[in-house]
Design a protein around this ligand. Structure first.
Ligand SMILES: O=C(O)COP(=O)(O)O
Length: 232
């Protein structure tokens, strides 16, 4: 195994707890298109596969239906202008970003299924856009996580092999995308996905919160450095 060279974070449920703002934007879109708002717990179950899938699921429509369009535009328009009213950092997220920035040999990137325009508004409002050397969001490439395509794109932009990436996420989509891309994965247990679904996806490591990420990365760096000096 090669020494990790980049940590790629998922956004929703990993770096930020965005549930309140997503629920508000969905319920705005449902009302604006003449539908009834839904309870927050139900909406949260539909998060993970991007905004189009989210809007379709909340309205009981197939994702490919034209009827999803007006819902999606209402969702994006509202969310872009209300990006962080209820959003909070996930426990340990800011600390993890700061620690990794201190390690010269590790780069930080972001791989999210959130639409590009909303991702930009959220990152700018949180003042952290410049922390990421590469950002990929929904709509940037033709397939979203769990496809390996977004991670392959990140690796290309960073000029490294996908085997040098560590994907950190709370959803089975993150873990599957990493496996299919040949990257390592860290599953975060305190995010939105039920624990069993995350465990079934078989990440290389499962951690309770981002506070434990530093030790995992340190272990992987130390082991790979030791192994490569033995091989020499
Ligand atoms: O918006 C979504 O559906 C999920 O976004 P994420 O990939 O950052 O978890």
């Amino acid at each position: 195994m090669l020494v990790p060279a980049a940590v790629v974070f998922d956004l929703d449920g990993t770096l930020i707890d965005s549930r309140g703002d997503i629920v508000a934007a969905v319920n705005h879109a449902l009302s604006a298109t003449g539908r009834r708002p839904l309870p927050a717990q139900l909406i949260v179950r539909f998060i993970g596969d991007g905004a189009r899938a989210l809007c379709a699921r909340t309205a009981g429509l197939p994702e490919a239906s034209d009827e999803v369009e007006p819902l999606l535009s209402e969702f994006i328009a509202y969310y872009r202008t209300h990006p962080v009213e209820f959003t909070r950092w996930m426990p340990g997220a800011q600390e993890a970003l700061e620690q990794i920035a201190d390690w010269d040999d590790l780069t930080v990137a972001l791989c999210t299924n959130k639409p590009r325009q909303v991702t930009e508004s959220v990152l700018s409002a949180l003042g952290v856009r410049s922390r990421f050397r590469a950002i990929i969001a929904e709509g940037d490439v033709s397939e979203r996580k769990p496809s390996p395509m977004p991670l392959q794109w990140i690796a290309r932009v960073l000029g490294m092999e996908t085997t040098r990436l560590v994907m950190v996420g709370d959803g089975p989509q993150d873990i599957e995308s990493a496996r299919r891309a040949g990257a390592r994965s860290v599953g975060l247990l305190n995010g939105y996905a039920p624990r069993e679904r995350l465990a079934e996806a078989k990440p290389d490591v499962l951690i309770p919160t981002l506070f434990e990420l530093r030790d995992v990365l340190r272990r992987w760096r130390d082991v790979t450095v030791r192994l490569s000096s033995v091989a020499r």
